[in-house]
Design a protein around this ligand. Structure first.
Ligand code: ADP
Length: 263
């Protein structure tokens, strides 16, 4: 499971080599504060990209613009066949189409507390996609099994550990059948002993060929699972490359300063 996959696996089906995700010129200000300034990167299909950088550098905002939870001021985002030009002031339908291409796993505490684990996983497909409930439940049981929570379908979130709740969050994201999985510091709110089980599920997803963009401070995960690491600072991607290159021998002084603080 831990062996490195060859680059040929990373091409899109059809062998075109076109990346699944292309972001260019992404810019976003909150009031007078420019939070993203000309962010550009690509994510090859079937690969894992880890996004690192200091707090406030814009990482979460990038994920939110990809998922159209946030509307950028300018820039283009393409995920699969759906392209959005933020400068052209996209309408609600365009934003919804882009949103459907990805699913987000948040830091923590965003399951519906009053719903069972099963219902937490089925609500998206049933409500947003109109999937028949029986079909959604069958899929949810399989997904819960795959994240090691086969026996927890009828429990409520408060009956689960933080790590188990995050695994439900992952199953819920998978139930939306997205092209791209977005992770926003999925382990940062967990007690240290619960981090491994969540990273383990994420590694399984990577091994299964899922395309993932992960904001995390877990440098060991970045080193062992990522195909590329992006370092952000001040609203731009300052450096990108293979994990070994960026994390061990960074070109940019800003990357070196950041790594000295976190490693
Ligand atoms: P990171 O994920 O790298 O910590 P964020 O994308 O969360 O960075 O935030 C980047 C900057 O944008 C921060 O200075 C943050 O305070 C600001 N910011 C984020 N969301 C909002 C918002 N909704 N309104 C105002 N400022 C925001």
């Amino acid at each position: 499971m831990s062996e490195t996959e060859g680059p040929e696996r990373r091409d899109e089906p059809g062998g075109t080599g076109r990346p699944l995700v292309e972001v260019a010129g992404l810019a976003k200000a909150f009031g007078a504060v420019a939070v993203l300034r000309d962010v550009a990167f690509t994510v090859p299909s079937g690969s894992v990209t880890v996004l690192i950088g200091p707090s406030g550098s814009g990482k979460t905002t990038v994920l939110r613009c990809l998922n159209a939870l946030e509307t950028a001021d300018a820039g283009t985002v393409r995920i699969g066949e759906v392209q959005l030009d933020y400068a052209a002031r996209p309408g609600k339908r365009d934003l919804t189409r882009l949103r459907a291409q990805s699913a987000m796993v948040f830091q923590a505490h965003n399951l519906f507390p009053h719903l069972s684990v099963l219902r937490n996983v089925t609500e998206g497909p049933v409500v947003a996609h109109g999937k028949p409930r029986a079909e959604a439940e069958e899929q949810a049981h399989a997904l819960l099994e795959s994240v090691g929570l086969g026996g927890k379908a009828d429990q409520h979130p408060y009956q689960l550990s933080g790590g188990q709740q995050q695994r439900v969050g992952i199953a819920r994201a998978l139930a939306l059948e997205p092209e791209l999985l977005l992770f926003d510091e999925p382990t940062s709110a967990l007690d240290p002993e619960l981090v491994g089980e969540v990273l383990g599920v994420m590694k399984d997803l990577a091994d299964a060929g899922r395309t993932m963009l992960v904001v995390t401070h877990e440098m060991r995960f970045a080193r062992s699972v990522a195909d590329q690491v992006l370092f952000m600072d001040g609203g731009v991607v300052v450096e990108r490359g293979e994990p070994e290159a960026v994390l061990t021998d960074p070109r940019e002084a800003r990357t070196r300063t950041f790594l000295k603080r976190v490693l």
